[in-house]
Write a protein that binds this ligand. Structure first.
Ligand code: PRP
Ligand code: MN
Ligand code: MG
Length: 181
């Protein structure tokens, strides 16, 4: 367990590649939100790393808030029914809200979250996801900012976990099957 990168079959993105892509997304976000307030909302726990790096890369004023959700159903199959474990502290009515996620997998979490936050009447609501798995999509998610489209593999690192492990890996990679089989 000492060398967690040794549990990967392949590194998909190095720390440097991740930071470079986040910087590109930040330049787009800065342009798109010029002259407007911005509240970024991180979805715990996976989005912690991307929130921390994105917020520090933004060369502008930004507020940060957090939500924690948990989906009902078995651990392997997301049901799409989501429960709020920790709600926002911020009233988002009239605010420009950008949801920040580590990954859009089936899309069920973000689909539910989008509907939930939309009902609170924000001035605008957009999604930024570092990773997206197009082949795994069960519902279409309008994500304005996407870092990388990735294959339908079990990825960990940079916030993404397997059984709460590997979140602290600096790179993102494919987890070796021997770890979970
Ligand atoms: C993961 C990931 C996304 C969600 C994506 O979170 O961080 O939030 O699943 O899956 P979906 O598109 O199929 O809904 P998870 O529920 O594992 O919680 P975590 O962020 O605490 O790891
Ligand atoms: Mn998550
Ligand atoms: Mg998880």
């Amino acid at each position: 367990t000492a060398d967690i990168e040794g549990d990967l079959t392949e590194v998909l993105y190095t720390e440097g590649q991740i930071h470079a892509r986040i910087a590109e997304l930040c330049r787009q976000i800065e342009a798109d939100y010029e002259g407007r307030d911005l509240l970024i909302v991180g979805v715990l726990k996976g989005a912690v790393m991307v929130m921390a790096d994105l917020a520090r890369e933004l060369k502008r004023d930004v507020e940060m808030d957090w939500m924690a959700t948990s989906s009902y159903g078995t651990s392997t199959e997301s049901s799409g029914v989501v429960r709020i474990v920790k709600d926002l502290d911020t009233d988002i009515a009239g605010r420009n809200v950008l949801i920040v996620e580590d990954i859009v997998d089936s899309g069920l979490t973000l689909s539910w979250l989008r509907t939930n936050l939309e009902s609170r009447n924000p001035a605008s609501l957009e999604v930024c996801a570092l990773l997206r798995k197009p082949e795994a999509a069960k519902v279409d998610i309008e994500a304005r900012y996407v870092g990388f489209d990735i294959p339908n593999a079990f990825v960990v690192g940079y916030g993404l976990d397997y059984a709460e492990r590997y979140r602290n890996l600096r790179s993102i990679g494919i987890l070796a099957p021997h770890v979970y089989s």
